[in-house]
Design a protein around this ligand. Sequence first.
Ligand code: PBG
Length: 326
Amino acid sequence: MIFPETRLRRLRYNTVLRNMVTETKLSVDDLVMPLFVCAGTNVRNPISSMPGNYQLSVENLVEECKKVYESGVKAVLLFGIPAEKDEDGTVACQHNGIVQQAIRAIKAEIADMYIIADVCNCEYTTHGHCGTIIDGDVDNDSTLETLAAQSVSLAEAGADMIAPSDMMDGRVGRIREALDENKFEKIPIMAYSAKYASGFYGPFREAAESAPKFGNRSTYQMNPANSDEALREVELDIAEGADIVMVKPALSYLDVIYRVKTEFRMPTAAYNVSGEFSMLKAAEERDWIDGARVMMEILTSIKRAGADIIITYSAVDAANILNGIK
Ligand code: PBG
């Protein structure tokens, strides 16, 4: 059956029909909103490169979470900006650490908000690297201990899920072991499994004040040229006990999302990162693109590639569109 019998345009003439045959449907349930919490009171610092995003002190974060929840987005991913940093990031493990305070405050006001805690040292170390420095290098095995302690501390504060983003070898297994030892066997781990050394993280590092003071992250984050290696990373994380695997960034890595989903059939998350969001916003501000339309196209493409969960600074904007509010 070829032309003129086959006319693919037949299914495109009517909106109802187009909707019926839509293969990929983005849902509010897929979305996670990242938020930045900082020390102090009444802080609401705009992040210049990420319009609409702020560094928020705890009480303002709670108010923001209410807006997020009302939009239909029921999950947030928290990043902390502590008042003080140290050499190995142990400030991230304190009972009264900034994210720990934030988790308790959110849970007290919005009990059903699902809180995912990012686990990494780069926001908490004076040098901005994701682990402890020994002989000028990020030391893998000693870093596993601070990551495990941070995870347990965040779970104690009430985090619903732990999401390690550091890219140390063996961290999923070590964190799983520490969580289980502390009776948090029901807390899932979402591993940033294929996390690339990406220029797209630039705006985030302004937001989280986490840029490395020397060198770069190429000795632990992945080379953007590799995707077989991404499958090895994912395979190891699954073997170590990851419940959800992640590809990050998303937009330039749709092929990696596709390969991971096809190969492992695991719940798969994709992180539509800060630089991807900033590019969208910058072009939108100049009226070079229709921002809302391109945003939905990007998110739908990430889902079409195979992501079940999309972490995005566009979560609330997308939810409003999905709910017919904008
Ligand atoms: C921490 C971390 C980073 C991001 C998430 N967790 C930055 C980095 O690795 O430098 C980036 C998120 C974004 O760009 O939106 N390791």
